[in-house]
Ligand binder design. Sequence first.
Ligand code: NAI
Length: 465
Amino acid sequence: MKKINNICCIGAGYVGGPTMSVIASQCPEIKVTVVDINQDRIDNWNDENLDNLPIYEPGLKEIVAQARNKNLFFSTEVDKAIDEAQIIFISVNTPTKTYGKGKGQAADLKFVELCARNIAKVAKDDKIVVEKSTLPVRTASAIKSILQHTGNKVNFEILSNPEFLAEGTAIEDLLNADRVLIGGDDTPSGQEAKDTLSAVYEHWLPKERILQTNVWSSELSKLVANAFLAQRVSSINTISALCEKTDANIQEISRAIGYDSRIGSKFLNASVGFGGSCFQKDILNLVYIARSYGLTEVADYWEQVIIANDYQKSRFAEHIISSLYNTISGKKIVLYGWAFKKDTNDTRESPAIAVADALLDENAEITVYDPKVTAERIYADLDYLGTRSPEDNRRLLKVSNDPIDATKEAHAVAILTEWDEFKTYDWKSIYAQMLKPAFVFDGRRLLDNEEMASIGFNYYKIGQS
Ligand code: NAI
């Protein structure tokens, strides 16, 4: 088995950055270089002030501080890093296609293909190429085909090693992974490559947690894992709508069904909907793949998870509008939270974007507060939708750094991210300065019904009548 002392990762994003930081911190004898074509991102990774890292994750800056410029490097010198590495992780973005065949569903693999072509061009000795990005099943054969036609007699082993970390708990998830999945060919050289990568993870994880499969199972497992997780969220969210009509309480239901060990208690929290860069994208991709094989029933089944999620977001926005007497034009509504979940600054597919967009359609005056998301990001998310002009977005929506001050003369507050700090606010003072009747729409079930009612709020908690 090859002794590894040099790893490179292409893509310094939410996966590449934290994953490689953990590998470097756990494998001091391995030089780990994370490369990206985005100069700003690399500059931020190299910033002396660790509060300026491009990604916020609890525990990340401590790990970067410990390993950076010892055996962990961030650079834009992609070719050099590829040339020197024995293992190359591809961890670039694979967004949903916005053009051509498969538009709106299939994964856009142009960034992955560019990486493969770059590796093919630069490599002078044998490499293990690892798909860390989430890729449609059978992508490895495309990568292999590109790499095998270089004519420079280099042997490439392609492995699939999908990442299961969750943003907000990435470091903890990486250090204590439930499992690491490594897919590769069943040939002797494929087996050797799987064992080589496995040995990297064995620096800190027990061998039993490292699963080896064929490459196709590994690729497909990642899509299926995300589809199952998202399906649980959509399942409980559809029941939250039923609870609101029937006086049942969604939390009591989650507890009652979660005690069944066959069901389990995790991922049963009703909310305004799931977000993040992965769930929707990966399910759409699964749906696209199933359809492309003629499996209409399979595709329709999984597509419903997305439809239910969209329903939950629009249902929440409609509830705000109808509660505020069916007119919110000119009314100040404060949104607490913009990130798709707590403890991250990632806003991709955040339910807050869809809710804000629906409220802005009705000419509401929105003020957003999020402890980690910048105003620039918030406006970029809204502008990307193209629903209205950038000028109108800035006219109707303001961003505040002061969550309490933001609520002055507001008609309503809507909680869209489960940041812990929202629970600690002095809601009495907030109530005192809001217009009456004062409404709180809790899309994350953070606050206590009785307490909020006793202060005087009209308080709505998703999943409870
Ligand atoms: P990201 O968008 O944060 O980072 C990707 C980075 O790749 C960007 O900085 C981009 O500049 C860089 N890049 C693109 N093309 C490049 C090229 N040719 N050369 C060098 N750099 C290039 O994406 P993120 O969130 O890290 O996701 C990466 C992959 O991991 C995706 O396939 C995603 O589905 C998957 N994934 C993401 C998870 C998450 O929680 N964000 C969890 C598990 C998997």
